[in-house]
Design a protein around this ligand. Structure first.
Ligand SMILES: C[S@@+](CC[C@H](N)C(=O)[O-])C[C@H]1O[C@@H](n2cnc3c(N)ncnc32)[C@H](O)[C@@H]1O
Length: 188
């Protein structure tokens, strides 16, 4: 599982609005559960941000968003497409983030866990999120039909994320497998 990294040559596929059938804007925002306030700076990271398709969804509701991806070419694709002013780019591995402890209010990843799940990444995400903050994971479900996304043999099941989150000291507050995807919401 998780042996490959998404091919930059296929990056345009990530900008297809039909992807909202798997994760809607409303659903993503509801899982993050942050309340923008004039008195606090809301800082969020999108882990494995790719071309920024879902970063764009979250950016209007945060003060600062880190688009984090291991492939700088993906950042180039996002820059070329045009990104909100409050988005900063970090080229880094999910399991080794150049961020201070508790630097983030919350973080999320979409359709990327199957690419970084083999590393101790959840532990690293738990480190950089503040106490009470969320680590949200959406990805293709191993039990899906393979209608879209990677082959089912390259996917993880929800139990993998639940176990890794527990080991990292996170509390699972929502865990659902749907037809083709799963959602996991953990709180520090
Ligand atoms: C399938 S794409 C999804 C992109 C984006 N999350 C979306 O849903 O549109 C997976 C992205 O994760 C990035 N990625 C893969 N492994 C990673 C890792 N270990 N650390 C950070 N980014 C990673 C890839 O470069 C790619 O841009």
């Amino acid at each position: 599982m998780g042996q490959h990294t998404f091919d930059v040559q296929r990056a345009a596929m990530l900008n297809d609005p039909s992807r909202y059938r798997f994760i809607s804007r409303e659903e993503l925002l509801s899982t993050l559960d942050f309340i923008p306030s004039k008195n606090t700076i809301v800082t969020i990271a999108d882990i494995g941000s790719g071309t920024g398709f879902f970063t764009d969804t979250v950016a209007p509701y945060a003060d600062q968003v880190f688009a984090i991806d291991v492939q700088s070419e993906m950042h180039e694709q996002y820059r070329t497409r045009g990104c909100p002013q409050n988005v900063s780019f970090i080229t880094a591995e999910a399991g080794q983030l150049p961020l201070d402890d508790a630097a983030l209010d919350c973080c999320f990843s979409t359709m990327t866990y199957h690419e970084f799940g083999r590393y101790c990444s959840i532990e690293e995400l738990a480190r950089v999120v503040q106490t009470g903050g969320r680590v949200v994971t959406f990805d293709w479900a191993q039990s899906g039909m393979g209608e879209a996304g990677p082959p089912c043999t390259e996917r993880y099941g929800l139990s993998h994320v639940i176990e890794r989150s527990s080991e990292a000291g996170l509390k699972t507050i929502r865990a659902e497998t749907r037809t083709e995807t799963f959602v996991h919401v953990a709180k520090k």
